[in-house]
Write a protein that binds this ligand. Sequence first.
Ligand SMILES: *Cc1c(COP(=O)(O)O)cnc(C)c1O
Length: 426
Amino acid sequence: MLYKRSSELFVEALKYIPGGVNSPVRAFKSVGGTPIFIKKANGAYLFDEDDKRYIDYINSWGPMILGHAYQPVIDAVIEKTKLGTSFGTPTEIETKIAKLAVSMVPNIDKIRFVNSGTEACMSAVRLARGFTKREKIIKFRGCYHGHSDSFLIAAGSGLSTFGVPSSPGVTKGTAQDTLLANFNDLNSVKELFQANKNEIAAIIIEPVAGNMGCVPPVNNFLQELRSICDENGTLLIFDEVMTGFRLAKGGAQELFNVNADIVCFGKVIGGGLPVGAFAARTEIMDYLAPVGPVYQAGTLSGNPLAMAAGLAMLQAINNDAELFNRLEAKTAYLEEGIRKVLNANNKTFTVNRVGSMISIFFCENAVENYEDASKADTPEFKKFFHDLLERGIYIAPSSYETWFITDALSYEDLDETIKVIDEVTK
Ligand SMILES: *Cc1c(COP(=O)(O)O)cnc(C)c1O
């Protein structure tokens, strides 16, 4: 039986862990069925507890851009582990990875390491508020910046620009300071600035949205945000937790040639260990404790194992001049193959892609914002997901998630994937 051991393990997990998972998307709630439990992974493949093999298009939600069990990362972590796993003191490796990250990413002088993307975004916003001495922030509907209170905000009713909490436990007070704009809609941003003059500390954005499926910025949208921020004394925060070290060495800042004031990292920067970071020019970063007044700390921040994994990862990316060309070529090949078979099978769909981030939406409209993305046909996606899973292709269990292409994928893997997509959509 397919997924036999996974089903048993899930039943047991449900007894002791809420929903059986430690992060909700893993539970397959939006597609139904039982999540598969993974035993091990290598290169482009996952192996579940029933020893079924999958070609992996999630890649731990982004970090495994060079494939699973990437040897230099594994070796670096093993060697570091032998020296002790945490000291709560400064270590040399923190400066090494900081120096490398600063050399790879445009427009940053200093970086601080934390333990997750959530922490990075939460801290970046606090820093922006401290630096500007303002309280409000603008975020975009459908963008995800981790699960801290300020970001769990939904649209207010009617034309109201105030956010309302989208999760119990987030206070109305917190929600009031998060203003919501529409992705790719400059007017929605301008209106917020008019109504909240001199009150907006920062705009935070995923420069390529990846948490409503992959949604690229329309022409000059990011450049225009940069100008609006400059005119208003507001900081521009790029949440590059997904795009950082994925779209280019220097992330979306480099790809779109737009400078952000604060940049957030996670995922790839930890090479598969829990790492996040945020970075900016010295003038801004020196607002942080212990130099400046904005408090931010972490017992395990800059942990030696995490830094060893991250450093090995960034070195591999930095030393491989062809990596991003290969990723682009592989993902373009996949995109072309998918378009071809879906067209041949008379499917209605939209494919969005930037570099190695790609999504298929089963809808006829273009997808440029959250509202567009939510028109994608859910029952069709569910069936598509399960049909692929059964045939050994593991894509994200929600149409609001991007596929992450890894360099470990071979063209045979891509051909196999296209063949399976053809079969299941015939
Ligand atoms: C994943 C993600 C986060 C949150 O990172 P965690 O490590 O899960 O806390 C924040 N922002 C973006 C854009 C992400 O994709």
